[in-house]
Design a protein around this ligand. Structure first.
Ligand code: PEP
Ligand code: MG
Length: 941
């Protein structure tokens, strides 16, 4: 896109770099924010709407690009265009730049395409010198005010443009030091007690400081000041702060900043002046109510800086504050009357402008204004940042008000934001003492006493105590403790470590991979490397699973409360999406939770988790210890009836919806005790010599268990395990069918890499299913499929699809094996890899689309060639990550499956993916979605 200035006869006069606004006219508009930055574009838009905006001009982002491409110089046309722009400002404002009698003063501000709050530089009160300050005195009738502006200008210019800053970390700002000296000499403490003479002397002292330190004179020529400030703002695009911020927020460096030069207006000329910030809706709750703060006789910076406590804009908010602070109505009126009472005419204007802006932008606005001698000026408007709760409410309300359509409403809320609504959060106002930070593995905010073992967690829970289970890492053996604990904290492991995925599955708060933790099980304590003190078992800590932060003590939390708007919002989202959303759930309870979150089936039931519950683990261990098939069958006969009960519960909870049940996956040693003490206990319980147990454990030991004897390799070598599990599934399904419950079981084989593996296992599964169906005398439709989690399976997906009726991408293992990175050990180097840009994000959180994604796409293509109706889903942790969901939509998967608590996030992400590829819908009603599978109606959290 190129910006050309037309001479009105259709011929171009060269490139336009400067866009004027003010006096009811503007060259640009909000659509040009790529060129004018957010601030400049919105000022132009407001001026175009006839709103009171101090006249100004914006130098486009293209100049910034030019500036860096040409050794920090400007295009030749710029100077002339700036002069023309400035003449227009002078005309509208009826003041002249540099005029000693009636000077125009300017602000020079940055403005990128997206807001980068506080990252770049600003210069205010530009145009002042020893002559023009006299003109400002004449305009304002207030010498003290004029010299205060002058002193602030020299200070700001010296710092921002000339670069006079502290030379070391310990040095104080040299301008502030002079200011302090002045106050000390005068025996005062407040800036406001400085007299006109004091301020005049400070101006001279500041200029002297600049001369001494930098060996340059402070520029008196306003034009020299202006070009200096413009250069400084462009230069600030590449200061370290801005570069870091862009990296975090993914803002491209090529965008550049615009520079907006605008006439100054003053909120600090007296008691008929004010400055403030207003929001068109309540950004915490979404309520439709103008609100915000202002200060009488103050400059914009003072409102945010918190030096004085601002007053409320509306009377209602001021009264609410009085109730909170136990003030009488008289006290309130005297101390902090609202703008509504203090300046009623300006309040009405502000209200009207707020309405105009909302109707115009069709979104909640964040507004900055200044009142100079009873005239209200608009200094900024932008889309207001908001909490998840208010984002949902504002989107639904605006659609219902007819301001936006449902499609736009759905796109207004980021999927990830919903997380805030589904878990308790830490009270943002509560005092906190942070200990350390790990990976935010599973959201929520919880507090509890520190315990170091699963058994202690369970015991404490029985005693009615709340605990946080702190482990170096967790294993399936810890499940009961994880269940009992409020939250999980581990020192090792990544986003798809055992601790992370089990916690997410349980909807339990977890912080994992906290590498600074030094845990000593023996002494029952942990320290944080680099920090003072230890924390012992029984002491309280708090976890924030959304940020990964760990705090000492108990921090109060807030409960989420899904609203009617949330239900409406999710129903709209569901109408737009194509992808189905299922849940990973291993228990009837989790299945029930998943259904209330709107899950349309189960995409992964990890049967091994059932093996750990209660007495089952002993029977499982008996099976592992058995020397022959007969012994294993005997042990399995004890486990299977219990597992069948779970299947009955899960299939019943998911009546009418598909349930994918995975046959046993982990290596068997995971079921044996880790410690010698537990081994002795178990030997006693099973009445076998401890030596035999030890030998067995050693025999099962694997150097690399993730690539060892697990998954379908167990099924191939111990046929009776998968046969018994299949029997339990089919008996559960038949019994429910007889009861009239509609069940759709899908039996899934893990870790397949070869067609022959699946052929062999499928034959055995079919045989058992047929036997059960025969014996029970009912028909149950079932399917047999496989996980695609070994890269080879993706490469030969066509051959595997000849046998598999469905694929489910196990992207945890697929990522681990494709990248050659152990998912449980990655925590040691992954953060560094992300920091150094080797991975854009943790590949166990967000799918490595350009690598693992290729395997997924290949498997989908080959699989569907071999079997056009192949059903394909994903059940790795990526199924709940919005960017990965979008990828799955584009890769034509049928569904994603994620932890129950992420189901609404995935539903919204799926809707966004579908909406982004479709052109906007003209009508207000959204199209109805074709329904291939039954859909859960009560889709609320
Ligand atoms: C996977 O590998 O993505 C998967 C879902 O299986 P698990 O995490 O149980 O290995
Ligand atoms: Mg796996």
């Amino acid at each position: 896109m190129e910006a050309q200035e037309s001479n009105g006869r259709g011929r171009s006069r060269g490139k336009r770099y400067v866009y004027s606004f003010g006096g009811g006219k503007a060259d640009g508009n909000a659509g040009l924010n790529w060129l004018l930055g957010g601030k400049g574009a919105n000022l132009a838009e407001m001026a175009g709407l006839g709103l009171p905006v101090p006249a100004g001009m914006t130098i486009s982002t293209e100049v910034c690009t030019y500036y860096y491409a040409h050794g920090r110089t400007y295009p030749t046309e710029l100077e002339k265009q700036v002069q023309t722009g400035l003449s227009r400002i002078e005309k509208v404002m009826k003041r002249r730049f540099g005029d000693p009698k009636n000077p125009l003063l300017l602000s020079v501000r940055s403005g990128a395409r997206v807001s980068m709050p506080g990252m770049m530089d600003t210069v205010l009160n530009l145009g002042l010198n020893d002559e023009t300050v006299l003109g400002l005195i004449k305009q304002s009738g207030n010498p003290r005010f004029a010299y205060d502006c002058y002193r602030r200008f020299v200070q700001m210019y010296g710092d921002v443009v000339l670069g006079l800053k502290p030379e070391s970390k310990t040095e104080r700002d040299p301008f502030e030091v002079l200011l302090e000296h002045k106050k000390e000499a005068r025996g005062i403490t407040l800036d406001t007690d400085l007299t006109t003479d004091d301020l005049r002397e400070l101006v001279a002292a500041f200029k002297g400081l600049i001369q001494d330190r930098l060996h340059v004179s402070f520029p008196n020529d306003p034009w020299e000041q202006l070009w200096g400030a413009v250069g400084a703002v462009f230069g600030s695009w590449n200061n370290q702060r801005a570069i870091t911020y862009r990296k975090i927020e993914n803002i491209p460096g090529e965008w550049g900043t615009a520079v907006t030069v605008q006439s100054m207006v003053f909120g600090n000329l007296g008691d008929d002046c004010a400055t403030g910030v207003a929001f068109t809706r309540d950004l915490a709750t979404g309520e439709e109510a103008l609100n915000g703060d202002f200060l009488v006789n103050a400059q914009g910076e003072d409102v945010v800086a918190g030096i004085r406590t601002p007053q409320q804009i509306t009377l209602a908010a001021s009264r609410q504050r009085a109730v909170r602070e136990s003030h009488s109505e008289e006290e309130r009126k005297a101390q902090y009357p609202s703008l509504e009472e203090r300046m009623p005419a300006n309040y009405t204007t502000l209200q009207e402008i707020a309405q105009t802006l909302e109707a115009h932008y069709r979104d909640a606005q964040d507004i900055e204004f200044t009142i100079e001698r009873e005239k209200l000026w608009m200094l900024q408007t932008r889309t207001a940042k908001r909490t998840a709760a208010s984002a949902v409410k504002i989107a639904v309300d605006m659609a219902q008000e007819g301001l936006i359509d449902e499609r736009t409403a759905v796109l207004r809320v980021k999927p990830e934001q919903l997380d805030q609504l589904l878990h308790p959060m830490l009270d943002p106002n509560a005092p906190k003492q942070r200990l350390t930070r790990g990976l935010p593995a599973s959201p929520g905010a919880v507090s509890g006493e520190v315990v170091f073992s699963a058994d202690d967690a369970e015991e404490a829970k029985h005693a009615g105590r709340k605990v946080i289970l702190v482990r170096i890492e967790t294993s399936p053996e810890d499940i009961h403790g994880m269940h009992a604990a409020e939250g999980i904290l581990t020192a090792r492991g990544g986003a798809s470590s055992h601790a992370a995925l089990v916690s997410r599955g349980m909807g339990k708060c977890a912080v994992v991979g906290c590498e600074a933790l030094e845990i000593d099980y023996e002494r029952q304590e942990f320290r944080v490397r680099g920090a003072e003190g230890v924390l012992r078992a029984g002491e309280w800590i708090t976890l924030d699973g959304s940020t990964g932060e760990v705090f000492r003590g108990q921090v109060p939390t807030r409960e989420p409360s899904p609203t009617a708007e949330f239900t409406t919002f999710m129903a709209w989202a569901d109408r737009f999406r194509r992808l189905r959303v299922r849940a990973n759930a291993d228990t009837p309870h989790d299945a029930q939770v998943a259904r209330t979150f709107g899950a349309e089936g189960i995409g992964l039931c990890r049967t091994e988790h059932m093996f750990f519950d209660g007495e089952r683990i002993d029977a499982v261990r008996e099976m592992i210890l058995a020397e022959d098939t007969a012994g294993r069958v005997r042990a399995l006969d004890k486990i299977i009836p219990m597992q069948k009960e779970d299947f009955i519960g899960i299939l019943r909870a998911m009546a009418g919806l598909p349930v994918t049940i995975r046959l046993l996956d982990p290596p068997l040693h995971e079921f044996l005790p880790n410690t010698e003490e537990d081994l002795v206990d178990l030997a006693q319980k099973l009445n076998v010599p401890v030596e035999r147990l030890r030998t067995k454990r050693n025999a099962l030991h694997e150097l690399n268990p993730m690539l060892g004897h697990r998954g379908c390799r167990l099924g191939v070598t111990f046929p009776e395990i998968y046969e018994a599990q299949t029997r339990a599934i089919m008996e559960a399904a038949c019994e429910l069918t007889r009861e009239g419950v509609h069940v759709i079981p899908e039996i899934m084989v893990p870790l397949v890499g070869f067609k022959r593996e699946l052929d062999l296992l499928r034959e055995r599964i079919v045989r058992v299913c047929t036997e059960v169906i025969h014996a029970q005398g009912v028909t149950v439709p079932y399917t047999i499929g496989t996980m695609i989690e070994v890269p080879r399976a993706a490469l030969v997906a066509d051959t595997i699809a000849a046998t598999a009726e469905f694929f489910s991408f196990g992207t945890n293992d697929l990522t681990q094996m494709a990248l050659g990175i152990s998912r449980d050990d990655a925590g040691k180097f992954l953060p560094e890899y992300v920091a150094q840009g080797i991975f854009p994000q943790d590949p166990f959180v967000s799918l490595d689309q350009s690598g693992v994604g290729l395997l997924v796409e290949l498997a989908v293509r080959k699989g569907r060639v071999a079997r056009p109706d192949l059903k394909i889903g994903i059940c790795g942790e990526h199924g709940g990550d919005p960017a990965s969901v979008q990828f799955c939509h584009q890769a034509s998967l049928d569904y994603v499956s994620c932890s129950p608590y992420r189901v609404p996030i995935a539903r919204l992400a799926a809707a966004h993916a579908a909406l982004r590829e479709k052109p906007p819908v003209k009508t207000r009603r959204a199209p109805r979605r074709k329904q291939a599978e039954p859909v859960q109606a009560a889709a609320t959290a």
